[in-house]
Design a protein around this ligand. Sequence first.
Ligand code: ATP
Ligand code: MG
Ligand code: MG
Length: 353
Amino acid sequence: GSTIGILGGGQLGRMLSVAAARLGFRTHIFEPSPNPPAADVAHAVTTAPYEDEAALRAFAASVDVITYEFENIPTSALDLLEALKPLHPNRRALAVSQDRLEEKGFLTGLGLAVAPYRPVGSREDLEAAIHGIGTPAILKTTRLGYDGKGQARLMEPDDAAEAFAAMGGQPAVLEGFVRFTHEVSVIAARGRDGSVAVYEPGENVHLSGILHTTTVPARLTASQRTDAVLLAGRILNALDYVGVMGVELFVTPEALLVNEIAPRVHNSGHWTQNGCAVDQFEQHIRAVTGWPLGDGSRFADVEMENLIGHDVARVPALALEKHTAIHLYGKAEARPGRKMGHVNRILRPVTGA
Ligand code: ATP
Ligand code: MG
Ligand code: MG
């Protein structure tokens, strides 16, 4: 069997490694921090910074294809790796999703709707952006944000100074606050042959900027569901994408707005582990190794709940719940805000599936 190199050794890398092993592949994890969650289940682990050229070269030499579970990989490392082995998803997909301004430019270029936004590089830019967009609004660093980090909310124009300071001098983007009724996401995959498979959209609830639950099916009309699936397919095709992508959407009565895209398996796709024959992790492994994609159909309604920080203390009780699958990431320390695991509750079977 061949070996898949994975940049990043968090829980996503761990679950990708488990899926890869099921298909007879080996995984080699490249991760700067020691003892990452994926280390328990991967065939090999390289612990080195992304600046270590020799380590990157040795990693590339030991694998047949390279993918990633984390989008903030330094450009220099990607330049080096891409010249040595096939990299999926490709550089453009990564570049677009690493930078919120590029991402919004790409999405609007496809004719997709996003929240009103303005680039903010200075205090003056911020004043002009507030003038154009109004408040409430959200100021976000263009790069490196996740789980709501690197964001500041402006309830009124007077909040500008504090919000600007919170960016720590990094380039930012001001977004108008979207009065969505709810949030959904589409987990979609594209194979090396250009075929696309899309999972049913899930409805996402966030607490303090962190995903709390995903419920499938989402509350969407038939035409919204079609729009969501088609727009995901357009994004994948436009990027000549290979692998699984998460597309986060705001639902308003008028439109579906794209919040952001993630060029990797996505937390809001964890429900597929217990609702589908081929889950998002296997789907991603299939895509990057050139296997045919699974069809993405589901056989159950599912609720995924993240176990954050001390939520793991509930595991003994959760283990007594009927029709509930528990997934733990093997992290020793339950720090606040840290994703420790998740549960998938099978709510009911899909009749006729
Ligand atoms: P992730 O962990 O999903 O990568 P992130 O740090 O990139 O998170 P966003 O997805 O941009 O952050 O925002 C986190 C959450 O904050 C969104 O899911 C949504 O609930 C809320 N939010 C973000 N932008 C807006 C907006 N323009 N209007 C209203 N709510 C927003
Ligand atoms: Mg994000
Ligand atoms: Mg998000």
